[in-house]
Design a protein around this ligand. Structure first.
Ligand code: PLP
Length: 415
C-alpha cells in the first residue's frame, strides 16, 4: 500500500489500525470472514475504472472486451459451483440481489411470506423498515420455542396467506433448511420459492449443507460471508425466463454500472470455492461451530436448539439476568467480537435482546481448529459466568490476543 501511504496517510493509518484490530481480536460475528489477498488484489485492480453497463457481449459502452471475459468467468464459475444454469454476478450486495427478485417477479403490494427478523430472518425478507416490507405486503413465519422451523406450521400460514413469494433462508438459524419441504409448501399455494442462502452459501458450495437446487425457483447469496469472497451479491436460477427477469431487474431497473473490479474478485473467490481445500475449510467451519456449542452446553449455557448444523450458534439467556447487550459488551472487553441477537421466547427489546449469535467462519479462515475453539468457548463461559468482572475480561483479552497473533491473517506485504 505504498501509494496510499504517500498520498493519504490518514486513510492509510486507519487501514493499519483496522488490520491491527482484526489481528488482535477474535472475530466471531457469524456473517464475517477474511477473504484472500488475491481477492483483495482483484478488488483493487484497474477494472474499477471501467463502465460496463449491460451484460457480456451486450454492453452500452465500448472497451468491454476484458470486462466481458471477467464477468463471463465469474458467471461460469458460479454456475459450476452451485450446479445451476444461470447466474447474475452484478448485485452490489445481498440486499440488492433480494430487491431484484421482488422487483423482477412480483408487483408492489403483492404478498410475500418470509422468516420474521426477530426469529432469524433478514431485513429484506419483508421486515417493516426495509423496502421489502414497505413496497410489498409482508407476512411471517418463525421458529418454535425449540429454535427450529416447524414446516407444518409454515404450511398452515402459507395456506391462509396465499403469498406470491415464499422466502426461505436466514441470518440467524443454526439448523439445516429443508428446501424440499419449502418446495412442497410453495407448490401447495402456487407461490414462487425464493431461497436466500447468504449465510450458508459456503457450506452449500462444499456439499456441507443441502443445496436449494433443484427446489428453489430463484436463489440469492452474498459472496462475503461463508463464501469468503469480496463484499457483494449474486442471483442464481435454472429457469431461463426468471434469469431474463433478474438481469433486467438488476440492470437497468435497480443498478447502473456493475462493479467490474468486484466481479473480478468474485471470480477469484469462486476459484477458491471450487478448489479441494474449500471442502476441508467448510468441514472445519462446521466442526468448530459444533464444539463451540458443545462446550457452552457443558458449561451450563442454553444453546438454542441444542447445537448447530452449520457455522453458527445462538446462545439464549432467557430467564437469566444476563442480556444479549451485556454479554456482547463483556465479550467485547475480552477481545471476542460477536453480536447480540433475539432468541426464541424473547422478552427484551431488539436493542437489548436475550441472546448472542456466534460464528466460526472467520477464525476458521485464520486456521483455528477444534482445540482453539474449545479454549475460546471456555473463555467465553468464564466471562459470562462472572459478567461484571472487568479485571477478568482484561486478563482474558491479553491471553486471547496472544492466541490470535499466532494465527496470522495477512502479512504486511499482502494486504
Ligand atoms: C447478510 C444477508 C443479506 C444481505 O446482505 P448485504 O450484502 O449485507 O446486503 C441478505 N440475506 C441474508 C439472509 C443475509 O444474512
Amino acid at each position: 500500500m505504498s501509494f496510499l501511504k504517500e498520498y493519504d496517510s490518514e486513510i492509510f493509518d486507519l487501514c493499519e489500525l483496522e488490520l491491527e484490530r482484526q489481528t488482535d481480536h477474535l472475530e466471531m460475528i457469524a456473517s464475517e470472514n477474511f477473504t484472500l489477498p488475491a481477492v483483495m488484489e482483484a478488488m483493487g485492480s484497474v477494472f474499477t475504472n471501467k463502465y460496463a453497463e449491460g451484460y457480456p457481449a451486450k454492453r452500452y459502452y465500448g472497451g468491454c472486451e476484458y470486462a466481458d471475459k471477467v464477468e463471463q468467468l465469474a458467471i461460469d464459475r458460479a454456475c459450476k459451483l452451485f450446479s445451476c444454469k444461470f447466474a447474475n454476478v452484478q448485485p452490489h450486495s445481498g440486499s440488492q440481489a433480494n430487491g431484484a427478485v421482488y422487483a423482477g417477479l412480483i408487483k408492489a403490494g403483492d404478498k410475500i411470506l418470509g422468516m420474521d427478523l426477530s426469529h432469524g430472518g433478514h431485513l429484506t425478507h419483508g421486515s417493516k423498515p426495509s423496502f421489502s416490507g414497505k413496497n410489498y405486503s409482508p407476512f411471517y413465519y418463525g421458529v418454535e420455542l425449540d429454535g427450529r422451523i416447524n414446516y407444518q406450521r409454515v404450511m398452515d400460514i402459507a395456506k391462509i396467506v396465499q403469498p406470491k413469494i415464499i422466502v426461505c433462508g436466514a441470518s440467524a438459524y443454526a439448523r439445516e433448511i429443508d428446501f424440499k419441504k419449502f418446495r412442497e409448501i410453495a407448490d401447495e399455494v402456487g407461490a414462487i420459492l425464493f431461497a436466500d442462502i447468504a449465510h450458508i452459501a459456503g457450506l452449500v458450495a462444499a456439499g456441507e449443507h443441502p443445496s436449494p437446487f433443484p427446489y428453489a425457483d430463484v436463489v440469492t447469496t452474498t459472496t462475503h460471508k461463508t463464501l469468503a469472497g469480496p463484499r457483494g451479491g449474486m442471483i442464481m436460477t435454472n429457469d431461463e425466463d426468471i434469469a431474463k427477469k433478474m438481469n433486467s431487474a438488476i440492470f437497468p431497473a435497480l443498478q447502473g454500472g456493475p462493479l467490474v473490479h468486484v466481479i473480478a474478485a468474485k471470480a477469484v473467490g469462486f476459484k477458491y470455492n471450487l478448489s479441494p481445500e474449500w471442502k476441508d475449510y467448510a468441514k472445519q467451519v462446521k466442526a468448530n461451530a459444533k464444539i463451540l456449542g458443545e462446550v457452552l452446553i457443558k458449561r451450563g449455557y442454553d444453546v438454542v436448539s441444542g447445537g448447530t448444523d452449520n457455522h453458527l450458534i445462538l446462545v439464549s439467556f432467557v430467564g437469566s439476568d444476563i442480556s444479549g447487550k451485556e454479554a456482547d459488551a463483556a465479550l467485547g472487553n475480552a477481545g471476542i467480537t460477536i453480536n447480540k441477537n433475539t432468541v426464541p421466547g424473547e422478552t427484551r427489546s431488539p436493542f437489548v435482546t436475550s441472546g448472542i449469535r456466534v460464528g466460526s467462519p472467520a477464525l476458521t479462515s485464520r486456521g483455528m481448529k477444534e482445540k482453539e475453539f474449545k479454549l475460546i468457548a471456555n473463555k467465553m463461559a468464564d466471562v459470562l459466568d462472572d459478567i461484571n468482572n472487568t479485571k477478568l475480561q482484561a486478563e482474558i483479552k491479553e491471553e486471547l490476543k496472544i492466541l490470535a497473533q499466532n494465527f496470522i491473517i495477512y502479512n504486511q506485504s499482502t494486504y
